[in-house]
Design a protein around this ligand. Structure first.
Ligand SMILES: [Zn+2]
Ligand SMILES: [Zn+2]
Length: 210
């Protein structure tokens, strides 16, 4: 995860009690190029280290750790040149598991797919519909390029924009890893209006009992 996903963390530093912050250690990719951070953990430390309430705990990718009664694993995903991780959270008493994909394209490696596997609930990013190049008139968003990658048999891109999934790509990844329930998040405003509030896009405030 990078800045747009943790920008609100600083607000918690005013609660006046100790808050552990678990973050990924170096994995050879930049954690936040804007501040020259070499891992997610160092990015958190540089951006929020002034808040004494935070105790930052570093974790290696794919090495589970226990917190708040859950077993948690940070899973490397693919988001251009940036370090980015999905997260798997398991209740070891009930054997239920949920995972969040993080920002990623479809082509995460086999080891990460294995660790995502056997999920009761998969919360996956689905930035745009695969037809986004048709629905976004050219020139309307000149700074974003929706170049497709990882095409499916029907010719639709599963990935776009160097590190995001299409709705179709997210559903394909969910099927690949055998997720029993999937909710799609991280939707952009490039969904056509008629599809923007439709299944399987999640809505705010959803609750799921596992
Ligand atoms: Zn991102
Ligand atoms: Zn994002």
């Amino acid at each position: 995860m990078h800045f747009d996903h943790h920008a609100g963390l600083g607000e918690l530093g005013t609660l006046g009690r100790s808050i552990p912050v678990h973050a990924a250690a170096d994995n050879g990719r930049t954690g936040d190029p804007a501040i020259g951070a070499e891992s997610i953990a160092s990015a958190i430390r540089q951006r929020y280290g002034h808040a004494r309430e935070f105790s930052i705990r570093e974790h290696a990718a794919l090495e589970p750790f226990d917190t708040c009664g859950f077993r948690v694993t940070l899973i490397p995903v693919r988001h251009g040149d940036l370090a980015c991780f999905g997260v798997r959270v398991e209740d070891t008493e009930t054997n239920s598991a949920v995972a969040i994909s993080g920002d990623t394209d479809y082509a995460i490696d086999e080891r990460s797919r294995e660790v995502f596997g056997d999920l009761d609930l998969f919360v996956a990013e689905a930035s745009v519909p695969a037809r986004v190049s048709e629905s976004v008139p050219s020139g309307r968003q000149p700074t974003l390029e929706f170049d497709g990658e990882h095409y499916d048999e029907a010719g639709g891109p599963r990935s776009v924009a160097r590190g995001h999934m299409t709705r179709e790509g997210a559903l394909a990844l969910a099927a690949d890893i055998g997720a029993r329930r999937t909710r799609l998040v991280h939707a952009s405003h490039f969904y056509p209006v008629a599809e923007a509030s439709c299944e399987p896009l999640a809505t705010d405030g959803e609750r799921h009992v596992l």
